[in-house]
Design a protein around this ligand. Structure first.
Ligand SMILES: Nc1ncnc2c1ncn2[C@@H]1O[C@H](COP(=O)(O)OP(=O)(O)OP(=O)(O)O)[C@@H](O)[C@H]1O
Length: 569
C-alpha cells in the first residue's frame, strides 16, 4: 500500500473526516481542562471555600475564581465532553458506513467489469471476502482510528506539556519513560500486525472453503465425504480462532501494561513532586498532576492499537489496490441504449488463440456465416468449439486474425452492443434462486407477457411451466436445483430467445432434451428462427439436422465442412 493510495481513498471523505478530527480535538481540549478544573476544585475544598490560594500552574486562570464558578465550569466541561464524545461516535459511524458502502460498491462494480481471464484465475471466495469483511474493517479503520489520531496525539502531548509546566521534574521523568512506552508499543504492535495478516488470511480461507463446500454439496453427499469436509472446515475454523485468541490476548495485555507503567510513573511523580524536603506541594496541583498522568496512559494504549490497525488496513488496502488496478474489459459503454440491430453476418478470418500457458486451441479458423444461416459446429471434446464461441462474445481476445459482425471488426464494437446482438445458451445453464419468470427475464427484465410466452413456447418450456406448482412464479432454488437437467436447459433457452437477438448461439443447449422434445425444438426453430443467424455446438443428430452447414473441428482446425441445405435453397 502506498500512502498516496490511502490518501486517494480518503480524499472524497475529507470533509466528514476533518469534522471528526475537529470534534475529537475539541473533545481532547475539554478532556485536558477537566483535570485542571478538578484540581482547582480540590484546592478550594481543602483550603476552605473561595480563598483562592495560588493555583500555582503559572497560568493565572484559577486565581480568584470562586468555587461556584469552578463548579459551573467543571460541570460544563463534563457535559460538553459527553456531548462531543457522543457526536464524535455518531459522526464516525456515519462516515464509516458511507466509506464502507462506497468502497464495496466501487469494488463490486469493478469486479463485474473485469475480463473473463481475470475471473478464470481468481477465487470467488477471496473476492467475496474482500468486498465484505475486509472492506468493512478498512472503513472502520479510516473513520474510527485514523480520524481520531490527531486528538489522541493532542491529548497525549497536551497532558505532557501541562505536566511539564506544573512540575519540570515530572516532565523529565516522563521524557525518560517515553522510550519505554515506545518500545512496548512497537514490539506488541509488530506482533499485532503479523497476527492481523494471519487472522485475515485465516478468515478468507474459511470463506473460500465454505463457499466451495456448499457448491459441492451433492458430491459431498454422494461420495459420503461429510466427515472429511467437516474436519477440513473444523481445522480452518480452529486455526482462525487461535489466531484471534492470540490477537485478543495481546490487545488485552497491552492497555493494562501501559497503564501499569503509567501507574508507576504516577507514584514517581508523587514522590518527586510531593516532597524531598522542599516547600510543601499544593494539593490541587498534585491532584491535577495525577489526573494528567492518568490521561496520558489512554492515548498511549490507543496509539499502540492504531499501530496494529494501520498495518492490518495496509494489507487490505494492498489487496484492494491490486484488484482495482486490474484493467476492465475493453470497450465498455456505460449507457448501451439505441443498439442498432445487426443483420447477423459473421466471419472468422484466420483466427488463432491459445489460453495463457496452453497449446494453441484455435489454429487458423476461417469461417463465414451468412445472415439467417444455421451452422452446426461439431467435433471431439476439447476441439475448441466453445472457445470459438467465447471469442465471438469477446470473453477472450483472439491472438491473431479477426472476427467480424456485419463486416465490422468485433473489437471495434462497444462490448454491450456486441453482446446484446448475441443470445448465448451456454453448455451449463446458469440459473439463480429466483422464480422461473425472473430467470427467463434475466437479460430483458421489462419483457412483456407476450414476449415471455413466445420464448417459453419456442424453448419447448410450455408444458414445464404449466406443470410447476406456481407456474412462472415457481421458485427454482440455487442454480435451479429444483428442476431436472433438461428443464434447466429449457429455462436457459427461453432466456436467450426472449430478447430475440439477430444471432443465437446454442452450446450443447439441448444435450439433455429427450428425443421428442429435441425434435419438437428443431421443428419449432425452423419456423421461429427464420432470419436469425444460428451457431449450434452439438453432437446430437437432431440438432445437426437443423443446420444448413456442419463444420467439423479437430484440434483447433476445421477438418471438414458439410453443406446440407445449399444457401438460398
Ligand atoms: N478457461 C480456460 N483456460 C485454459 N484452458 C481452457 C479454458 N477453457 C478451455 N480450455 C482448454 O481449451 C481446449 C478447448 O476447449 P473447448 O471448451 O473450446 O472445447 P470444446 O470443443 O467445446 O469441447 P467439448 O465438446 O468437450 O465441450 C481444451 O483443451 C480445454 O482444456
Amino acid at each position: 500500500m502506498t500512502p498516496a493510495y490511502l490518501l486517494r481513498q480518503a480524499a472524497p471523505y475529507r470533509r466528514p473526516l476533518l469534522t471528526i478530527a475537529a470534534v475529537s480535538l475539541l473533545t481532547s481540549a475539554v478532556t485536558l481542562a477537566i483535570p485542571w478544573l478538578a484540581g482547582q476544585l480540590l484546592g478550594r475544598v481543602v483550603e476552605g471555600s473561595g480563598t483562592a490560594a495560588a493555583a500555582g500552574m503559572g497560568m493565572g486562570m484559577g486565581m480568584g475564581m470562586g468555587m461556584g464558578m469552578i463548579l459551573v465550569l467543571l460541570a460544563a466541561a463534563l457535559v460538553a465532553g459527553t456531548g462531543l464524545t457522543i457526536a464524535g461516535a455518531i459522526l464516525s459511524a456515519a462516515t464509516g458506513g458511507r466509506i464502507l458502502a462506497d468502497l464495496r460498491i466501487a469494488a463490486h462494480r469493478h469486479i463485474l467489469r473485469l475480463p473473463v481471464p481475470f475471473h478464470d484465475n481468481s477465487n470467488a471466495g477471496e473476492l467475496l471476502s474482500l468486498t465484505t469483511f475486509e472492506v468493512a474493517s478498512l472503513s472502520n479503520f479510516l473513520a474510527n482510528t485514523l480520524a481520531r489520531l490527531p486528538a489522541m496525539l493532542v491529548t497525549a502531548a497536551g497532558a505532557a506539556v501541562l505536566m511539564f509546566r506544573l512540575d519540570p521534574a515530572t516532565g523529565l521523568v516522563l521524557l525518560l519513560l517515553l522510550p519505554l512506552f515506545y518500545l512496548a508499543v512497537k514490539l506488541v504492535g509488530r506482533r499485532l500486525r503479523q497476527l492481523g495478516y494471519e487472522a485475515r488470511d485465516a478468515e478468507t480461507a474459511l470463506i473460500v472453503l465454505a463457499e466451495q463446500q456448499l457448491e459441492m454439496m451433492m458430491a459431498t453427499k454422494s461420495f459420503a465425504q461429510e466427515q472429511a469436509q467437516s474436519a477440513a472446515f473444523t481445522r480452518l475454523a480452529e486455526a482462525s480462532r487461535k489466531i484471534q485468541l492470540e490477537q485478543e490476548r495481546l490487545k488485552a495485555m497491552l492497555g493494562p501494561i501501559v497503564a501499569l507503567l503509567a501507574g508507576f510513573a504516577a507514584i514517581l511523580v508523587l514522590l518527586l513532586a510531593g516532597g524531598a524536603g522542599e516547600e510543601a506541594r499544593d494539593p490541587a496541583e498534585l491532584f491535577s498532576l495525577l489526573l494528567y498522568a492518568a490521561l496520558l496512559t489512554r492515548p498511549m494504549g490507543s496509539l499502540a492499537d492504531l499501530y496494529g490497525y494501520t498495518q492490518w488496513a495496509g494489507g487490505t488496502l494492498a489487496r484492494l489496490e491490486a484488484v482495482m488496478a486490474e484493467a476492465e474489459e475493453r470497450g465498455y459503454d456505460d449507457n448501451p441504449t439505441g443498439v442498432r440491430r445487426a443483420q447477423g453476418a459473421l466471419a472468422f478470418e484466420d483466427v488463432r488463440f491459445a489460453y495463457p500457458g496452453r497449446d494453441m486451441t484455435l489454429d487458423g479458423i476461417s469461417l463465414a456465416v451468412a445472415p439467417g444461416e444455421i451452422v452446426a459446429l461439431t467435433g471431439d471434446n476439447g476441439a475448441g468449439k466453445s472457445t470459438l464461441i467465447s471469442l465471438l462474445l469477446r470473453f477472450y481476445e483472439a491472438d491473431s486474425g479477426r472476427i467480424t459482425l456485419d463486416g465490422q471488426d468485433i473489437s471495434a464494437i462497444p462490448l454491450q452492443h456486441l453482446r446484446r446482438q448475441i443470445g448465448l445458451v451456454p453448455q451449463r445453464p446458469l440459473l439463480f434462486a429466483g422464480t422461473v419468470r425472473e430467470n427467463i427475464a434475466y437479460g430483458l427484465p421489462d419483457a412483456s407477457e407476450a414476449q415471455l410466452a413466445a420464448a417459453v413456447d419456442l424453448a419447448q418450456a410450455r408444458a414445464l411451466v404449466e406443470m410447476l406448482p406456481q407456474g412462472l412464479e415457481t421458485r427454482i432454488g440455487d442454480h435451479g436445483v429444483r428442476l431436472s437437467g433438461g428443464q434447466r436447459q429449457r429455462i436457459a433457452l427461453a432466456r436467450a430467445l426472449l430478447a430475440d437477438p439477430p444471432v443465437l448461439v446454442f452450446d450443447e443447449a439441448t444435450s439433455m432434451f429427450d428425443l421428442d422434445a429435441e425434435a419438437a425444438f428443431v421443428a419449432a426453430c425452423k419456423q421461429g428462427l427464420k432470419g436469425r443467424t444460428v451457431l449450434i455446438v452439438t453432437h446430437r443428430p437432431a440438432s445437426l439436422a437443423l443446420a444448413d452447414r456442419i463444420v467439423d473441428l479437430h484440434e483447433g482446425r476445421i477438418r471438414a465442412v458439410t453443406e446440407r441445405h445449399p444457401k438460398g435453397a
